[in-house]
Design a protein around this ligand. Structure first.
Ligand SMILES: [Zn+2]
Length: 348
């Protein structure tokens, strides 16, 4: 976890997490020190001599952080639990947030509801902005690579898609991702297949052909693609990739992957939409379920089950219908009351 998405909701969950109980349950040996520190054998380096130190006492300096003095493995409780259990970020959060009391969930909700725009912009201002690749040019016409993906010139302009025709990123389209007006990430996708690339350039320069290149030092998992467009909407749709996001439209965000990272969860919670539709590829049912479990206590959430492939395989109106259907599946409380009144009436 980076401190820049420092959200009270998650901090609360982290604070209420009882490491001793957890270790006992997992049958992990530990040494407890009065100074607010416990020691365990590091799960990362086959340590047998309790080299991992974890600070857990309230108000203790460095609270919530651990370090292994053998292999330098360091992080917070999420990293530690994740390493011990072998779970992903969302799964780990579930383990930790699962210990939230009913009261702290409602407190967390209130925290989310009372967030102010200035608070959000403060968090956004901490995200590092990057530059477009050299020789980047905005596309002013459509190209076969995009046209074959049913992407129109209108969409190309809307999402600021560009191309590099020379330099290191030549023959690649650039898909930029902005947050708060700042460029925070981009993908450079080859418009040539490896075969076509080799025919054109041989083996001289790029030994390992990569379909997608990302800016050095960037982390696609700590940002949400489509943030600037989607934050205006009450209903936000979570997708995997950039093209899926474009297919769904302006209310879509993309994870740049199947699993929602901790940072992405914080940003999404901060966007605070009133409804979230999870629309991952049809082969990501488990990841969709994990994300759903994570969000459902905070925001009305539904999983969109696509009949095949991914959002990019459908037309926008079809996707809209899938989303509506996903929310309809859950019976609203009002309807339930209505039905029970009716049935008691008939039973008389
Ligand atoms: Zn270690």
């Amino acid at each position: 976890m980076t401190a820049r998405f420092n959200k009270r909701t998650i901090q609360k969950a982290l604070k209420s997490f009882n490491i001793i109980k957890f270790l006992k349950k997992e049958k992990i040996d530990y040494k407890d020190h009065a100074g607010g520190e416990i020691r365990i054998c590091c799960p990362q380096c086959e340590d047998t001599k309790f080299h991992l130190y974890y600070n857990y006492k309230p108000n203790h300096h460095g609270r919530g952080l651990f370090i292994c003095h053998k292999c330098n493995f360091t992080g917070n409780i999420i990293h530690l639990v994740s390493e011990i259990k072998g779970t992903s970020f969302p799964e780990t959060l579930k383990i930790i947030a699962g210990r939230l009391t009913r009261r702290s969930v409602s407190e967390a909700k209130m925290t989310l509801e009372s967030r102010s725009p200035s608070h959000v912009s403060k968090e956004l201002s901490d995200i590092k902005s990057i530059h477009l690749p050299p020789n980047f040019k905005l596309l002013t016409h459509n190209i076969p690579y995009l046209r074959n993906r049913r992407i129109t010139l209108v969409d190309i302009k809307k999402y600021g898609i560009g191309i590099c025709t020379k330099g290191f990123y030549r023959d690649r389209i650039i898909l930029p991702e902005y947050m708060g007006g700042k460029l925070v990430f981009w993908q450079a996708r080859s418009i040539l297949s490896e075969k076509e690339w080799r025919r054109k350039y041989g083996y001289s320069e790029e030994k390992d052909f990569k379909k997608v290149l990302n800016p050095k030092g960037s982390n696609s998992r700590s940002i949400l693609g489509g943030y600037d467009k989607a934050q205006k909407y009450d209903l936000v749709v979570i997708c995997e990739g950039f093209f899926d996001m474009m297919r769904v439209g302006k209310r879509a965000i993309c994870l740049n992957g199947k699993k929602m990272s901790f940072e992405q969860f914080i940003i999404l919670a901060d966007m605070n939409p009133s409804r979230i539709a999870i629309m991952l590829d049809s082969n990501a049912k488990k990841e969709a379920r994990d994300t759903y479990d994570l969000l459902k206590d905070f925001i009305e959430t539904a999983i969109v089950h696509l009949p095949k492939d991914d959002p990019d395989s459908f037309k926008r109106p079809e996707l809209r219908q899938f989303i509506l259907d996903a929310f309809k599946k859950k019976i609203p409380k009002k309807a339930l009351i209505h039905r029970s009144l009716k049935s008691s009436y008939y039973n008389k």
